[in-house]
Design a protein around this ligand. Structure first.
Ligand SMILES: Cc1ncc(C[n+]2csc(CCOP(=O)(O)OP(=O)(O)O)c2C)c(N)n1
Ligand SMILES: [Mg+2]
Length: 212
C-alpha cells in the first residue's frame, strides 16, 4: 500500500531525463495518504517539478478504518498535498464525466508546463475491502452503503446517456454481455493454466540489461 508512489516519481524523473512528453498517472486509495513513502514522493515530485498526477480515490475508509481515525487534523486530503507545495483539487468521483473533464484539463496543463498535481476523487466503496471484509463491514451501517449506492457512477452515467440519447438500452445490454464473456473467459483461462514455476519469480521485476 502506497509503495508505488515513489516509483511513480521515479518514472516521472525518467520521463524528464529522457526529454519525453510523458506524464505519469498514479492511482491510490486514501489509506496510502498517512504513509511515509507517500510524503517522500510528494516532496521530491514538488522539489523537482516532475510530471506526475497523483490520483487519490478517497472512499472514506482504509480497509475498515474511517479516515478521521487515521489522521490527526483530518479535514481534506488535498491539504496533505498542498502542504508539500503541490497544486491539488477535489472532484466528484461518482461523476464519470466530471472525472474525465478534470483529467483532460490537468493532463493538457501538465503537458504544457510539467509539474506535479494532485486530484482527490471523492467516492465510496460499495463492497468490502477484501474477501475477509463482509459487504458492509462492522465499521459502517447498511444504511450508509445503501445511501451511497444511489450515487453509483455507472448507473448515473447510463441515465445521463439515455436522457441525452447518446445510447439506447440495447447498447448497454450488449456491453454487459461482452463484459460477462470477457470475465468468464478470463476465469476459464486462469483455472486451466498451469501454475507458474519458481523461475517466473523475477519475470517483469528485474532485468539484466536494457538499452531501451
Ligand atoms: C505499507 C502497508 N501498510 C499496511 C498495509 C495493510 N493494509 C492493506 S490495505 C490497507 C488500507 C487500504 O486503504 P485504501 O487504500 O483506502 O483502500 P480501500 O480499503 O479503500 O480499498 C492497509 C492499511 C499494507 N498493505 N501496506
Ligand atoms: Mg479507501
Amino acid at each position: 500500500m502506497g509503495g508505488h508512489l515513489p516509483l511513480a516519481v521515479g518514472l516521472a524523473f525518467a520521463a524528464r531525463y529522457k526529454k519525453s512528453d510523458q506524464i505519469v498517472m498514479c492511482f491510490f486509495g486514501d489509506g496510502a495518504i498517512p504513509s511515509g513513502q507517500a510524503h517522500e514522493a510528494f516532496n521530491l515530485a514538488a522539489l523537482w517539478n516532475l510530471p506526475v498526477i497523483f490520483i487519490c480515490e478517497n472512499n472514506r475508509y482504509g480497509m475498515g478504518t474511517p479516515l478521521e481515525r487515521e489522521m490527526v487534523l483530518y479535514k481534506d486530503v488535498v491539504d496533505r498535498a498542498k502542504a508539500h507545495g503541490i497544486e491539488a483539487e477535489q472532484v466528484d468521483g461518482m461523476d464519470v464525466l466530471a472525472v474525465r473533464a478534470t483529467a483532460q484539463r490537468v493532463t493538457d496543463m501538465i503537458r504544457k508546463k510539467p509539474q506535479p498535481y494532485f486530484i482527490e476523487a471523492l467516492t465510496y466503496r460499495f463492497m468490502g475491502h477484501s474477501m475477509s471484509d463482509p459487504a458492509h463491514g462492522h465499521y459502517r451501517t447498511q444504511e450508509e452503503v445503501r445511501e451511497a449506492r444511489t450515487q453509483d457512477p455507472l448507473v448515473a452515467l447510463k441515465r445521463t446517456m439515455l436522457d441525452e440519447g447518446t445510447a439506447k438500452e440495447p447498447d448497454f445490454k450488449k456491453i454487459e454481455q461482452e463484459v460477462e464473456t470477457i470475465v468468464s473467459e478470463s476465469v476459464a483461462f486462469a483455472e486451466n493454466s498451469p501454475f507458474p514455476g519458481p523461475t517466473s519469480l523475477h519475470t517483469d521485476v528485474y532485468t539484466e540489461s536494457s538499452n531501451s
